[in-house]
Ligand binder design. Structure first.
Ligand SMILES: CC(C)(COP(=O)(O)OP(=O)(O)OC[C@H]1O[C@@H](n2cnc3c(N)ncnc32)[C@H](O)[C@@H]1OP(=O)(O)O)[C@@H](O)C(=O)NCCC(=O)NCCS
Length: 216
């Protein structure tokens, strides 16, 4: 459950729409309320009290064995400890979650600023909540955090078969930068999976490398 002081106006939020999409983000104290039929969810920064539920939600996504790089059976205690450490470093890490009125964590997203100024991101939505626009809202909110971090670029890796994710990132301006061929060995099957690199440049004004390309 989110702490009472983090729910803002969520409890009192009026129900305004009747279709199945993720509509009209509405800012409240501590986050943004999204309508997702038949109820509303709150998009807000993760707090230490959310870590266990967020890790459990992520574990369910890994159990599907097709969308994220982390495989089922990962060490949940270790991940929780790493999350706690990262949450304590807002200068380089940002975490967002989406929670139902009942307090269920249904989505999470994170950005980590590398020492060279690129934000690496990841996101995951619980299976029942996909394909309804939540990913777009989550990514938009994460991009606000990333600009606040001062990143000059955002990057991620995605499996080539993950068309929903690829379409989501492309819809926010991410470009495909390349493909890592037979790059990641799946621990459980031994298979080698390709990954697509997608990135969004935020700084278009800083000078580029002055040396051109190739040798003279
Ligand atoms: C990837 C993910 C974050 C996308 O969020 P989402 O809320 O499900 O996606 P959205 O509803 O915002 O839809 C994103 C795009 O995919 C399209 N889409 C929806 N369902 C789709 C499907 N089954 N196949 C292909 N495209 C689909 C949408 O139309 C939309 O494209 P558009 O903007 O051109 O219309 C979410 O599905 C998820 O968490 N998946 C499992 C974990 C994962 O893949 N994480 C990302 C790893 S890189």
């Amino acid at each position: 459950m989110p702490p009472p002081d983090a729910t803002g106006g969520h409890q009192a939020a009026a129900r305004l729409h009747v279709d199945g999409g993720c509509r009209l983000p509405r800012p409240v104290a501590g986050g943004t309320v999204l309508y997702m039929a038949p109820d509303e969810v709150l998009l807000r920064p993760m707090t230490p009290g959310d870590i266990r539920a967020a890790v459990a939600m992520f574990a369910a996504v890994t159990a599907e064995d097709r969308w994220v790089g982390t495989e089922a059976g990962f060490d949940q205690d270790r991940r929780a400890a790493m999350l706690a450490e990262s949450l304590a470093n807002p200068a380089s890490h940002r975490f967002l979650i989406a929670v139902t009125r009942g307090g269920e964590v249904i989505a999470s997203a994170h950005a980590q600023l590398t020492p060279y100024g690129v934000a690496e991101i990841g996101m995951a939505i619980a299976a029942d909540w996909r394909g309804r626009g939540l990913g777009g809202r989550l990514l938009d909110a994460l991009l606000v955090e990333i600009r606040d971090l001062g990143a000059h670029k955002v990057t991620l890796q995605v499996w080539p078969h993950n068309l929903r994710a690829i379409r989501l990132y492309a819809s926010r301006g991410f470009a495909t930068e390349g493909r890592l061929v037979r790059h990641y060995r799946r621990r459980r099957t031994g298979e080698l999976w390709d990954a697509v690199i997608m990135s969004l440049v935020l700084d278009h004004t800083s000078a580029a490398c002055p040396y051109g390309e190739g040798f003279e």
